[in-house]
Write a protein that binds this ligand. Structure first.
Ligand SMILES: C=CC1=C(C)c2cc3[nH]c(cc4nc(cc5[nH]c(cc1n2)c(C)c5CCC(=O)O)C(CCC(=O)O)=C4C)c(C)c3C=C
Ligand SMILES: [Fe+2]
Length: 458
């Protein structure tokens, strides 16, 4: 785990006067916390901002929620040349996907439980912080639905918070989740004088924390006991997928962090004399591109073919129940497993407000407090004398540089085979394709239907 300032998410030249401090020591420090050296003065008002995805609360929210999701350039990554198509494409895909998504949300009670669960987690976290003598207020900022991150920030300003710890509720870092939320936050901070001057730190990922690993192991142990022969059960970790290009081209650490996380949980189980076989697969892919493999559905079928009879599904990338646990795993994958020859099926619940877990999150916040703004140094020498920059900064910088490369400046229209003509031809072609797609969706006929491509987005 490392800590950083939001300014570190910017290109390096803009972040020279602030410092990212990877706190390797804190990763392993699970010992008794000593809050006495936390530099908090009486006037300090401490805030914790929990970042999460957000989910539609009613069926009418589904399409606008999907629009917000697909309008995010960290979710649909278009080459810069085609960036102007982001909004029309988001509109197009959200309208196309909404009916299927609505069915899913209808089957879990008409909306996402994410807001309620995240609010409850915030409440519990606040209780633990106060019990540990850290009077802090906890805020929730969602990326794609209410309460939006912008709303949380407004409240933080109204409350005159002076020290802020930013904690994404995703255990493992991905460009598409924590990365996207932090990038948004960074842009909000950059434009606001109050926020620029507010001391803050970010905990980018925390999958390796002992409290989290222990809480996960305990939940798995509990569910295993419900099987007749627990030792014969295969532990099936199922993580939300990301497109393969995120990992292979943009350098997303998500897969590596996921694999390490699974290893740590299995090591913890071994300490409890649980040595079951296990596997990790990726679920919930969207669209026609290749995603991280192995895919959950294909793996279930293969395991059935290999004669596995008992499977315990463990959702691993998210700490709340949500549509992909309640519908995709509990209904679709269970049905697939039973059809594939698996006879006994179980599922580990999401962590939610599990006390070991929330208490550990409170510890993570307290451990990061000494670093809230404490390392804002203005000279390069001081910066270089400290611990080298952590992986998050490098990551987002690499990712940004990949996105920054490209286009020739788009000038006025010129005839002939010029750079400008090429650019405008490209844009015109994309617009034409878009018009064709809209026609196809509205009429239900066209080449994508004939080729069987369109249903892939549904
Ligand atoms: C760590 C978790 C998640 C990653 C990584 C992630 C990447 C990712 N997701 C989509 C597309 C969709 N995600 C949707 C819902 C959704 N996604 C996550 C988590 C991660 N997504 C959660 C917890 C939820 C559910 C929220 C809720 O309402 O309960 C949806 C909408 C649902 C649906 O229509 O299936 C889409 C679409 C992409 C494209 C992506 C990586 C690029
Ligand atoms: Fe998702």
């Amino acid at each position: 785990m490392s800590h950083l300032y939001l300014s570190q998410l910017q290109i390096p030249t803009q972040s020279l006067n602030k410092l990212l401090l990877p706190l390797g020591a804190l990763v392993t420090s699970q010992t008794q916390l000593d809050v006495s050296n936390v530099p908090i003065v009486d006037e300090d008002k401490i805030g914790v901002l929990l970042l999460n995805l957000g989910g539609p609360e009613t069926l009418d929210d589904v399409q606008p929620f999907l629009f917000n999701l697909f309008a995010d350039p960290d979710i649909i990554r278009l080459p810069r040349l085609f960036r102007f198509l982001q909004m029309p494409l988001a509109q197009f895909i959200s309208v196309l996907r909404a009916p299927k998504s609505k069915e899913g949300y209808a089957s879990i009670g008409g909306g996402s439980p994410l807001r309620q669960i995240t609010d409850a987690q915030a409440e519990e976290l606040m209780k633990f912080l106060w019990e540990k003598n850290v009077p802090a207020k906890v805020y929730v900022g969602m990326r794609y639905w209410h309460p939006f991150t912008e709303e949380a920030i407004e409240q933080i300003k109204r409350d005159r918070i002076t020290k802020l710890v930013v904690l994404p509720l995703y255990p493992q870092f991905s460009i598409s989740t924590s990365g996207s939320s932090l990038r948004l936050l960074e842009s909000i901070f950059r434009e606001d004088e109050y926020l620029v001057n507010m001391q803050h730190t970010v905990i980018p990922s925390w999958y390796q924390r002992e409290g989290y690993i222990k809480a996960m192991a305990k939940l798995i142990e509990n569910e295993l006991k419900k099987f007749g022969s627990p030792e014969e059960v295969m532990i099936f970790f199922s993580a939300h997928g990301v497109p393969l290009a995120y990992v292979e081209e943009a350098g997303d650490p998500y897969k590596a962090e996921m694999e390490e996380c699974v290893d740590l949980i299995m090591e913890e189980l071994e300490k409890r004399k649980i040595t079951n076989s296990y596997t990790l697969a990726y679920q919930s892919r969207v669209g026609p591109v290749e995603w991280l493999k192995p895919y959950t559905d294909e793996t279930i079928i293969e395991l059935g073919q290999k004669g596995v009879k008992s499977l315990l599904a463990v959702p691993i990338s998210f700490v709340s129940e949500h549509i992909e646990t309640l519908e995709e795993i509990d209904v679709e994958y269970k049905e697939l497993a039973l059809k594939s020859g698996i006879e006994k099926w179980g599922r580990v619940p999401a962590l939610g407000c599990e006390p070991t877990f929330i208490s550990d999150l409170a510890d993570a916040v307290i451990e990061s407090l000494p670093y809230v703004g404490a390392m804002a140094v203005s000279n390069l020498e001081a910066r270089q004398s400290l611990v080298p920059l952590g992986s998050v900064e490098e990551l987002l910088a690499a990712y940004d540089s990949q996105r920054r490369e490209l286009p020739p400046p788009v000038t006025m229209w010129e005839w002939g085979w010029t750079k400008s003509a090429e650019t405008w031809n490209g844009r015109a072609a994309m617009l034409a394709v878009l018009v064709l797609l809209v026609l196809e969706v509205t009429t239900g006929e066209g080449f994508l239907h004939q080729w069987g491509i369109l249903p892939l987005f549904r």
